[in-house]
Write a protein that binds this ligand. Structure first.
Ligand code: PXG
Length: 289
């Protein structure tokens, strides 16, 4: 890795990759981002990530001047310049420089930052025996206040819950909605398996529509595993045969305990099958470079 960062039209050294303190991304967390993986020179589901970025931009009325082709070129070039074949890409679109007031329409052009880097994965032991998680007391943002479907640079809601996880000695935490229904984790989507049926909370409850979540739902359908998107409570989670989390960084990681309660027998059969199938498509499904 060469620590070369793309920022607003240029590739620069890490120490020179700086944005203005007047950028509303810095002032107010007013911006959006994506986190992508690439495997053996294949950017996994790049098109889906770019489409989600465009949706986030549309909802926040950020006018992105870059075409999907232009963004693809910048991302690919970032991987090449850093001489990476496998890793993680963090892409950020900022609102741009403005005044110290809130009005986003006074900001100049949006900014673009792309960081291509290596990734620190969960240790392989978690994939074998599962990750312990807790339930956070911090509730997920109400979707009618700030939709979790916007992948925004304002992650304080998630960070509040992540602090609870870390303080409790674990790496992830379940976030409930106002009514006590499970929404997702701080940086991963949430799935349970019960009686051979795979269930995940619907996105209208405030979960991010994860690219990995979509991939898992597709893989399950191909394996003839029935899938549901339905609200669920901790009762269903504690009582599940298998629980796992999905995310670009985590891929598919089994959950061993929730709030100290063991789930099934650790890494369940369907979870393992889904992970095996997922790993088969990571180097082919996407944009080769
Ligand atoms: N939910 C939330 C809230 C996320 O931020 C996911 C689910 C999974 O989505 P994908 O598209 O990756 O399958 C995310 C994405 C981290 C970290 O360090 C995680 C994300 C973003 C930034 C950092 O855990 N997650």
């Amino acid at each position: 890795m060469k620590d070369i960062i793309y920022i607003n039209g240029e590739f620069v050294a890490k120490r020179d990759a700086k944005i203005s303190v007047f950028d509303h991304a810095f002032q107010f967390g007013d911006g959006i981002f994506e986190g992508l993986r690439f495997y053996q020179r294949n950017i996994f589901r790049l098109k889906q990530h770019l489409e989600r970025l465009e949706s986030s931009a549309r909802i926040l009325m950020i006018k992105m001047p870059w075409s999907q082709e232009a963004l693809t070129e910048i991302i690919v070039e970032s991987c090449r310049r850093n001489e990476l074949t496998d890793g993680y890409i963090r892409m950020m679109v900022t609102r741009g420089e403005g005044t110290i007031g809130l009005n986003p329409f006074l900001c100049t052009a949006p900014g673009l930052v792309v960081i291509a880097t290596t990734i620190q994965l969960y240790p392989e032991s978690f994939y074998q025996s599962g990750l312990p998680i807790i339930t956070a007391s911090t509730r997920r943002n109400a979707p009618d206040a700030l939709s979790g479907r916007i992948k925004s640079l304002n992650y304080l809601n998630n960070i509040m819950a992540k602090m609870e996880a870390v303080q409790a000695g674990v790496q992830e935490a379940i976030m409930l909605d106002r009514n006590g229904f499970i929404v997702e984790c701080t940086g991963d989507n949430f799935f349970i398996v019960k009686g051979g049926v795979l269930t995940t909370p619907p996105t209208y409850q405030g979960a991010l529509r994860g690219i990995t979540r979509d991939a898992v739902l597709e893989i399950a359908k191909n394996l003839d595993v029935p899938t549901r998107e339905e609200p669920m409570t901790l009762y269903e989670a504690y009582d599940a045969d298998e629980v796992f989390l999905t995310g670009s960084a985590a891929e598919i990681v089994p959950v061993s305990t929730i709030d100290g309660r063991p789930i099934g027998s650790g890494a369940g059969k369907i979870t393992r099958q889904l992970l095996a199938e997922f790993r088969k498509i990571t180097a082919t499904d996407g944009q080769k470079f």
